[in-house]
Ligand binder design. Structure first.
Ligand code: FE2
Ligand code: FE2
Length: 191
């Protein structure tokens, strides 16, 4: 799908603020794809659509998770996590995107998972560090992103876990899986 067409479809789903965020993720994802030798077109498309389902009502997302037999563990967790897997489903159904790499990057952009593909990591990280983000630690994440993709993703996952634990919020197991996966990789262990 052409970029302008994709942007037009997404704009209709988002607030102005979320659309601006999406443009930031798109630019960052393309830069990261260039740097880490990933398909730039796939990165661009996944970034454009990553928050497609962000403003769907929770009831609708819940129904899709049940009906489409998505990961039902999600239902016990904050609904903030739902727009990613539901988004992957809706982007295929409503926008006709069938590229499984692109859909995977949308599906895992919030929780992460063990064994993420390079494209998945790029979207996860671009969402975390796009220019509109400002939180303590984002500069360090950007610095790492310029050096090493896994280090930057590990930093983002670790910070997300700390942030959620600090608020005494439940943490989705796949986020721990992502974190452990990269720690073991760094330590030269395999699981
Ligand atoms: Fe998101
Ligand atoms: Fe996002």
């Amino acid at each position: 799908m052409e970029r302008d067409k994709a942007l037009q479809l997404v704009k209709a789903q988002l607030t102005e603020r979320r659309y601006t965020h999406t443009i930031g993720v798109m630019k960052t994802a393309v830069q990261l794809a260039k740097k880490y030798h990933e398909d730039e077109k796939k990165a661009e498309l996944a970034a454009i659509f990553h928050d497609y389902a962000k403003f769907r009502p929770a009831d609708e997302m819940k129904q899709i998770i049940v009906d489409q037999q998505l990961d039902e563990r999600l239902l016990a967790f904050h609904s903030e996590l739902w727009h990613a897997p539901v988004g992957a489903y809706l982007v295929e159904k409503e926008a006709g995107i069938r590229d499984s790499d692109v859909l995977g990057a949308i599906r895992f952009h919030t929780s992460g998972r063990a064994g993420m593909s390079k494209l998945e990591k790029i979207i996860y990280l671009a969402d975390y560090i796009e220019p509109g983000r400002s939180f303590p630690g984002v500069e360090e994440a950007r610095r790492l992103a310029a050096k090493n993709l896994d280090e930057a993703v590990l930093y983002a996952a670790g910070h997300t876990i700390q942030f959620l634990a600090g608020k005494q919020q439940a943490i989705f197991p796949e986020t721990f899986s992502l974190y452990n996966d990269l720690i073991f990789k760094k330590e030269g262990k395999s699981i």
